[in-house]
Write a protein that binds this ligand. Structure first.
Ligand code: TXA
Ligand code: MG
Length: 323
């Protein structure tokens, strides 16, 4: 059984001791919970892959508490990185840069580049500072499944991991994973949309490429299907929701804006109309829907696509893309 512990001084000390003894710990960030290992400890990094069931060609994000640690992990820290870090760190922006030779290959799935992020969460920052190094951490969920936005989500996903320490930081503020931005070619490219949007990035460094989800195979090791409930999930436009439901059994859970339009025995999970609130609750709602054990999950697709909605649309498409 995992251990959820308070993220007080004692909790942080315990976590640091585990990390120094080749272990892994789960910790909160402002986006989702991470499952962290010392970037320079090959054994613990491998443990992270093993626990998640993560394909070994999918690289990890190294989390740092400051720019100087970030610089120590890269070959070159260019002007774009400097400007973006100044503007968005600590925060939900991950930058991909050429990696320094000293970083073990295991931490980047053998790539010559490394993804870096300084999380905007007091517990994550305190842990990183107390540890005094970088933590390579994917989202704390089973590979391909729904990310964790609470300590109990993490505990549920890793229920069989004896003594896994989970620092409790409550619910994550942002609720969807960081924006991943590739800075290794002449055109900065968004590999994964997140809270830091295209317009904000363009504001700082000019032109930025943002591929459409269908052609977005650029993040190594990530298949299109991701963030997925184990129940078959459909994403349906508002104006087609009623007819879609007519064609389905009663055993469905519906994530929708107007719960009063769904009648028992069907189960409605009401979703907020505001993007921030929608992102915050999305993974909890998907997990709740999954746990109902219905034959299918139907998600009413939001009509908006700009700003944070683009990250939400990306996750919704991936959650439903096998369907
Ligand atoms: O918000 C987040 O980013 C969370 C929290 C814990 O920080 N982390 C997270 O990690 O979402 P993960 O492993 O679930 O997703 C990392 C993404 C993957 O799509 C991976 O392919 C990409 O970042 N990535 C990591 N290193 C990369 C690299 N060197 N080049 C390109 N993409 C990379
Ligand atoms: Mg993930």
């Amino acid at each position: 059984m995992p251990r959820i512990v308070q993220a007080d001084r004692q909790g942080i000390e315990k976590a640091v001791a585990i990390l120094r003894a080749d272990g892994v710990v789960a910790f909160p960030t402002e986006t989702v919970y991470g499952l962290g290992a010392d970037t320079f400890n090959v054994q613990s990094v491998e443990q992270v892959y093993l626990l998640k069931g993560r394909p070994d060609d999918n690289p990890l994000i190294a989390h740092v508490s400051d720019v100087s640690t970030a610089k120590s992990l890269v070959e070159t820290w260019d002007e774009w990185a400097q400007l973006l870090a100044q503007r968005f760190w600590p925060g939900p922006l991950t930058m991909v840069l050429p990696k320094a030779a000293i970083v073990p290959a295991q931490a980047t799935a053998g790539l010559e580049t490394i993804a870096l992020r300084c999380p905007d969460h007091p517990v994550a920052l305190e842990l990183l500072r107390a540890f005094g190094g970088a933590l390579s951490a994917p989202s704390a969920n089973r590979s391909g499944r729904i990310s964790s936005t609470t300590a109990s989500h993490v505990a549920a996903d890793f229920a069989r991991v004896e003594d896994l320490l989970i620092l409790d930081g409550g619910s994550c503020d942002v609720g969807v994973e960081s924006t991943v931005l590739d800075l290794t070619s002449s055109m900065a490219t968004i590999l994964r949309p997140g809270r830091v949007g295209l317009a904000e990035l363009q504001d700082v460094i000019g032109e930025v490429k943002s591929p459409q989800i269908e052609s977005q195979a650029s993040s190594p090791g990530t298949s299109l299907a991701h963030y997925a409930p184990s129940t078959t999930t459909y994403l349906v436009e508002s104006n087609r929701l009623a007819s879609k439901l007519e064609s389905m059994t009663d055993s469905v859970v519906v994530l929708c804006f107007d719960a009063t339009s769904i009648h028992p025995p069907r189960i409605a999970i009401p979703m907020p109309r505001d993007a921030e609130a929608y992102a915050q609750t999305l993974y909890d709602a998907l997990r709740e829907a999954d746990a109902k054990g219905g034959e299918a999950i139907v998600i009413e697709q939001p009509s908006e696509t700009s700003g944070l909605w683009s990250a939400i649309q990306d996750r919704l498409k991936r959650a439903s893309c096998d369907s």
